[in-house]
Design a protein around this ligand. Structure first.
Ligand SMILES: C/C=C/C(=O)SCCNC(=O)CCNC(=O)[C@H](O)C(C)(C)COP(=O)(O)OP(=O)(O)OC[C@H]1O[C@@H](n2cnc3c(N)ncnc32)[C@H](O)[C@@H]1OP(=O)(O)O
Ligand SMILES: NC(=O)C1=CN([C@@H]2O[C@H](COP(=O)(O)OP(=O)(O)OC[C@H]3O[C@@H](n4cnc5c(N)ncnc54)[C@H](OP(=O)(O)O)[C@@H]3O)[C@@H](O)[C@H]2O)C=CC1
Length: 445
């Protein structure tokens, strides 16, 4: 591993140098264990502690197949899907690995008694498999997390519709929270050269998802002037949705849960911010009954902030707790676009407000190859910025996931894998200098 790191840190290393490095037989990786998948049985979700289920193990280097790449991971990030994996909710991810393992001889490698998690990385290509021509050892890359087989025509227009669509590091093994990761080569994209390893590793999953969900025609197709209600506007997804709304000439109405988070949204340029805690919205009277009066109070507050207008697009992901309110506050003909259900996936809303006002609910999930590429391009051009707040070591990934599970974090939480310290890997200092305040906006708050 030392040879790999030395080569990455030497400015003189050539592609041939990387190709000639002897790869280790094993490497360190963050895992969950199959024989522990029942460890939290009977506990409430909130009490399931990722620090207990996430392990840092030495794992065997997987065999490299056609169309694949082995990447030395300098940094990764925590996504909420890793929180779901670590608490074995809503299902254990070992079921995904077993199912994938049944697909082919090659996919069998993924069905192991441990799951190496993580769906983001920034690093350097070490080896490519047969059939890979676009990438070479030594290339500095980030990886998006869409894994597809593309053997069915269903996915040929929109790669997210492939019947064998999987999220790498969640529904496949050999993820990014590790010193080495295995990806399909078409997951690779150029690393934005003005960012450090940990900054570059942080936007991938959430930035691509927010791009499809809000901007792409496959999602809400946001346009200039739209009022966009963004839940969790300083969180992982929300911090990118807010940037897309502002950069696209829309009007974000940011919902957050503390004055600090409200300040972050304002510092990004948002003017309309609602602190849901301070204003005490209680959309559910009890576990089974919603309170339409609270939807209305929320809607009135939005009208105050917009000069009397309602919401064109709701950027939804909290799910059960907010969905009824989201449908209610959307304007006639507006769109609720959802990619998740953090607070519960059995949603309830008053359908009269949907059909009578011709609203639409759009389901959105990650991003297709092209959308992920376009989202990364915006980062590389300095149009959209990473929202990295705090960085942990690989050893402390459990704590990092705990922070995200308990909503103690801001923006994105990074993890250093092979990178010995923060701040390395910047190649374009001029572009960085132009955007340094925006790049650092979320740091250490
Ligand atoms: C990028 C980051 C993203 C995120 O963070 S997203 C948040 C994290 N992700 C999640 O929380 C999602 C986790 N996944 C799940 O909870 C489950 O993954 C799903 C509920 C999405 C799917 O459940 P399942 O049981 O895997 O799939 P089924 O489609 O219900 O398949 C079970 C059997 O049911 C059959 N079936 C499917 N549709 C139909 C139908 N319309 N009529 C009859 N049968 C159907 C199938 O074929 C299959 O059958 P057979 O077991 O024999 O293979
Ligand atoms: N389908 C897909 O492709 C993707 C799905 N996801 C899913 O989206 C969800 C959010 O992910 P991410 O943004 O990274 O997570 P984060 O935890 O970083 O941010 C979510 C934010 O949502 C807000 N929130 C949480 N619970 C509630 C609630 N009950 N009511 C209102 N607001 C709430 C919080 O903000 P505050 O407290 O300030 O209001 C929180 O910071 C997860 O479930 C994740 O699995 C994520 C990425 C891709």
């Amino acid at each position: 591993m030392k040879d790999i790191l030395d080569a990455i840190q030497s400015p003189d290393s050539t592609s041939a140098d990387f190709a000639n490095i002897k790869l280790p037989e094993s490497y360190r990786a963050v895992t969950v264990h199959k024989d522990e998948q029942e460890m939290f049985a009977g506990l409430a979700s909130r009490d399931k502690d990722p620090r207990k289920s996430l392990h840092l193990d030495d794992v065997a280097l997987p065999e490299l197949g056609p169309g694949e790449a082995l990447v030395a991971v300098m940094a990764s990030s925590v996504n909420y899907n890793s929180v779901w994996t670590s608490i074995f909710e809503p299902v254990s991810t070992f079921g995904f690995l077993e199912r994938y393992g049944r697909l082919s001889e090659l996919s069998k490698r993924h069905d192991l008694p441990y799951h190496i998690i993580g769906s983001d990385l920034a690093g350097v290509v070490l080896r490519t498999g047969p059939g890979v021509n676009a990438w070479n050892p030594g290339d500095e890359v980030v990886a998006h997390c869409l894994s597809v087989e593309l053997e069915s025509s269903d996915g040929h227009n929109d790669t997210m519709l492939d019947p064998e669509q999987r999220i790498w590091g969640f529904e496949t093994n050999f993820g990014g929270l590790a010193e080495i990761a295995l990806v399909k080569s078409n997951q690779l994209m150029p690393k934005p050269d003005h960012l450090s390893w940990e900054e570059a590793a942080s936007p991938g999953l959430v930035n691509s998802t927010a791009y499809r969900q809000l901007v792409s025609r496959n999602g809400a197709g946001m346009k200039q002037g739209d009022n966009v209600l963004i839940w969790g506007a300083s969180g992982g997804l929300g911090s990118y949705a807010t940037q897309f709304a502002l950069a696209g000439g829309a009007n974000p109405i940011c919902v957050v849960s503390s004055p600090e988070k409200a300040d972050i949204c304002r510092s990004m340029g948002a003017e309309a911010v609602i602190d849901r805690n301070a204003e005490g919205y209680k959309f559910w009277k009890d576990e089974h009954t919603q309170d339409p009066k609270e939807w209305k109070r929320f809607g009135k507050r939005i009208r105050e902030l917009t000069g009397g207008e309602d919401i064109d697009i709701v950027f939804e992901h909290p799910g059960r707790e907010t969905f009824g309110a989201s449908v209610y506050v959307t304007r006639k003909g507006g769109t609720i676009t959802t990619c998740a259900s953090t607070s519960g996936y059995m949603h309830e809303y008053d359908n009269r407000y949907l059909w009578m006002s011709l609203k639409r609910i759009i389901g959105s999930h990650f991003a297709n190859y092209r959308e992920a590429w376009e989202a990364n391009r915006l980062i590389a051009k300095g149009k959209i910025h990473p929202t990295l707040s705090k960085v942990y070591s690989l050893e402390d990934t459990g704590q990092a996931a705990y922070d995200v599970h308990r909503n103690l974090h801001q923006g994105k939480v990074g993890v250093l894998a092979l990178a010995p310290e923060e701040g390395l890997g910047v190649r374009n200092h001029e572009l960085r200098a132009q955007h340094i305040d925006a790049i650092n906006r979320f740091r250490n708050i």
